[in-house]
Design a protein around this ligand. Structure first.
Ligand code: FES
Length: 128
């Protein structure tokens, strides 16, 4: 376990928007959780029993992709994350640490795959 946090490690409020068509109990809801600056958003959500989609949990597969609607994240722990992703406000929740309060919309795997393919980045999709 990590040591007790100090004053500078005040946690951030993360609003998670779950789309209506998401395959989750929380579909259509917006959930608010607290995430400390050294914690990943996905793990923090799981700690609250919110089972957001994920696979590798290393910032590799993009299963956990989400859209950043407000705020900023530290994505440096991701194994594969590109400037183009950041410009498009697409994040990988499994390896995203909050740098501020956040609002994110989850369930953006398909969108991320299209985006990566457009930029010729893996995993992308086979060209249609
Ligand atoms: S779960 Fe694989 S990139 Fe996040």
């Amino acid at each position: 376990m990590s040591p007790p946090s100090h004053g500078s490690h005040v946690s951030h409020t993360v609003e998670i928007v779950v789309p209506e068509d998401a395959d989750l109990d929380e579909a259509g809801e917006t959930i608010e959780i607290e995430v400390s600056p050294d914690e990943f958003v996905l793990a923090a959500a799981r700690g609250e029993e919110i089972w957001l989609p994920a696979d590798c949990q290393q910032g590799w597969c993009t299963t956990c992709a989400a859209r950043l609607l407000r705020g900023g994240v530290d994505q440096s722990a991701a194994k594969r994350y590109y400037e183009a992703d950041e410009e498009e406000n697409l994040i990988l929740t499994c390896t995203a640490k909050p740098r501020s309060d956040l609002r994110i919309e989850v369930g953006k795997h398909e969108e991320m795959l299209d985006h990566r393919a457009e930029h010729d980045k893996p995993p992308g999709r086979a060209k249609r």
